[in-house]
Design a protein around this ligand. Structure first.
Ligand SMILES: C[S@@+](CC[C@H](N)C(=O)[O-])C[C@H]1O[C@@H](n2cnc3c(N)ncnc32)[C@H](O)[C@@H]1O
Length: 230
């Protein structure tokens, strides 16, 4: 899949529209249930207080927003995405936080609106990562936190052959069996391998203007959580 620009954006939107109904189940299976722990960690790193406001950008079905609600029931939480069908699926399983139709490249909120902006598996999909980071910085209040959960390009290690089998055989097979959309689950491994390394994403966060940035890898180096502050 070598699409770029608006064509890639439209492809991503169409892909998530088609797999929306099976997305959460696939996530649990692909990560062997581990993503629940990682999402807790994202929200912990967002440093929410009782009155915090949080934007879950590229929220999909709203899993991170739902986790934030668990930690901060009185907070102002907004789940935002540009694929209606993902949000529609998520809304059936949640209430108590807001939903917004939003493009991560032109976030429809005023400057300094949120004390935290989090995202799960968004940055891999956006066509302009620098702009997406600048938009997140813009809507953050001074001192506010950004936390990004995403796949990361793994370094070669002892587990590399197993990682390759997981990405290129197990995930597409599971995806095809469960969703019937084999292309969607070849896009996901491909976009993982083409995504930035942990260090490259960190450098982009620094260049966008975030301070106190850092990241950690897990799941044999295939996932990472990045954080920073405005
Ligand atoms: C892999 S899903 C992640 C969903 C959810 N955040 C999670 O943690 O499971 C990626 C989501 O990003 C959304 N997305 C991709 N590009 C976007 C953009 N430019 N603006 C808003 N949402 C976008 C897709 O519609 C999709 O719902």
């Amino acid at each position: 899949m070598n699409l770029t620009g608006k064509e890639r954006s439209a492809y991503v939107q169409n892909l998530f529209t088609r797999i929306a109904g099976k997305y959460d189940l696939m996530n649990r299976l692909m990560t062997m249930g581990q993503d629940i722990r990682w999402r807790d960690e994202v929200i912990r790193l967002a440093g929410l207080g009782a009155e915090s406001s949080l934007l879950d950008l590229g929220a999909g079905t709203g899993d991170l927003a739902r986790t934030a609600q668990k930690f901060c029931p009185a907070g102002k939480i907004v789940a935002a995405d540009f694929t209606y069908e993902m949000m529609r699926t998520g809304r059936l399983a949640s209430d108590g936080f807001g939903w917004a139709n939003a493009d991560a490249l032109a976030v429809p909120f005023a400057d300094e609106s949120f004390s935290a902006v989090v995202s799960g598996y968004l940055m891999r999909n956006v066509i302009d990562r620098d702009l997406a980071l600048r938009e997140q910085l813009r809507v953050l209040m001074p001192g506010g936190r950004i936390v990004i959960l995403d796949t990361t390009r793994p370094k070669k290690n002892l587990f590399s052959p197993f990682i390759w089998i997981h990405l290129h055989i197990i995930i597409p097979l599971l995806g095809t069996l469960l969703s019937g959309h084999s292309d969607a689950y070849t896009y996901l491994p491909d976009s993982t391998e083409q995504f930035l390394s942990g260090e490259e994403l960190l450098a982009k966060m620094d260049a966008a203007g975030f301070r106190k940035t850092g990241f950690k890898r897990f799941m044999f180096g295939t996932m990472a959580i990045h954080w920073g502050e405005k």
